[in-house]
Design a protein around this ligand. Structure first.
Ligand SMILES: [Mg+2]
Length: 354
């Protein structure tokens, strides 16, 4: 099976409300959609999202990298996929988002050829996934309202975005906890916004208040692994590494030096499923739990993350709430989204363009 043609299309998906973290604000999801056509008449879909403050990838660089990668693999037999995925990795340095789009389009093709849903092709099975809901970083009252809305929509796990001001962060969490208590569990994400010492202080304070925290995500600067280790050693709550981990070698380093308790895998960081499998396998060997998350992405790459998440036991936590944030979805799929993501038996990624 060989690639004979491909096309790239940009989609804009409006959000119900702006998505705000300490790193950025997003009003609509921009998806760079890749469609690959093969000589066997099978089409594969992939998608990338520009997140320049995390991956360094822009819309322009993603499009350019997809052209470069596809030039490398155009004449290769996709059935010999180890060589294909290696070529994607070696086609250019970095550019993990463009690599992810190509990688998932090939997985879509390979699993469609076997007439299987991708999760099944990867050795997993159909199951419903319980995702959290992200609460954007805002003024306290709005965050309390958003948390209450999420609870009423059935979410039992909230991912609270913090990190711009430690005192305000304390008040935000205190306000949300006063309103909702431990009727649900909390995942706190500071997006690198705290110093190591402040992280320890605030996490310990939340622990003493009895807040049911499942984890605290990326409290400190992504390059400061010693700082993250400092926090991990001093608090009871699990520390999840996000921006600090893109590749397998970075995951190995963080796991081996015990800088964090868990790893957040995102396909836009790993450069797709092939490399994400490497991290999941290493985590399995070391008994480290992983989360599968995403950037603000189109449903195509979210489906890739969902399918990956169903395939590996080491993926224990799911942060795949983006479809719940879309105003509407112009794609064909039988999957249903919400607090519980329900996949279907459709082949491949389980989604197609209208
Ligand atoms: Mg994060």
């Amino acid at each position: 099976m060989k690639i004979i043609n491909y096309s790239i299309e940009i989609v804009n998906i409006p959000l119900l409300k702006p998505f705000i973290t300490s790193l950025r604000r997003v009003d609509s999801v921009e998806g760079i959609i890749l469609k690959i056509e093969t000589d066997e008449g099978i089409f594969g879909l992939g998608s990338a999202a520009p997140t320049k403050v995390i991956t360094g990838d822009t819309k322009e660089s993603i499009i350019e990298s997809i052209h470069i990668i596809l030039k490398e693999i155009m004449n290769k037999d996709l059935n010999a996929y180890n060589e294909v995925f290696l070529s994607i990795n070696h086609s250019l340095i970095g550019n993990t988002s463009g690599k992810a789009a190509v990688d998932m389009a090939i997985y879509d093709l390979l699993s469609k050829k076997q007439k299987m849903p991708l999760y099944q092709y990867l050795g997993g099975q159909k199951k419903n996934l319980q995702t959290d809901m992200t609460i954007s970083m805002n003024e306290i009252d709005l965050m309390i309202k958003d948390s209450l809305d999420a609870y009423e929509s059935g979410f039992r796990s909230l991912k609270i975005k913090l990190g711009d001001d430690i005192n305000k962060d304390f008040q935000r969490m205190e306000g949300i906890f006063k309103k909702l208590g431990n009727h649900l569990n909390y995942r706190l994400d500071a997006n690198q916004g705290w110093s190591p010492k402040d992280s320890v202080k605030i996490i310990k304070e939340f622990e003493s208040m009895g807040i049911n925290m499942t984890l605290v995500e990326q409290p400190v600067y992504y390059k400061d692994l010693e700082g993250m280790k400092f926090v991990t050693e001093r608090v009871n709550t699990a520390i999840l590494a996000d921006e600090s981990v893109f590749s397998l070698s970075e995951a190995v380093k963080i796991i081996d030096m015990r800088a964090a308790d868990m790893i957040n895998i995102k396909l836009m960081k790993t450069g797709g499923i092939y490399n994400a499998i490497g991290i999941a396998r290493y985590a399995e060997e070391k008994k480290i739990d992983c989360m599968i998350g995403s950037m603000m992405e189109s449903p195509i790459s979210i489906h890739a993350a969902i399918n990956f998440g169903m395939a590996f036991n080491q993926i224990k936590l799911f942060d795949l709430d983006v479809p719940s944030m879309y105003k509407k979805i112009d794609f064909n799929t039988e999957y249903s989204y919400g607090a519980l993501i329900k996949p279907s038996n459709e082949v491949g990624l389980g989604i197609s363009l209208k």
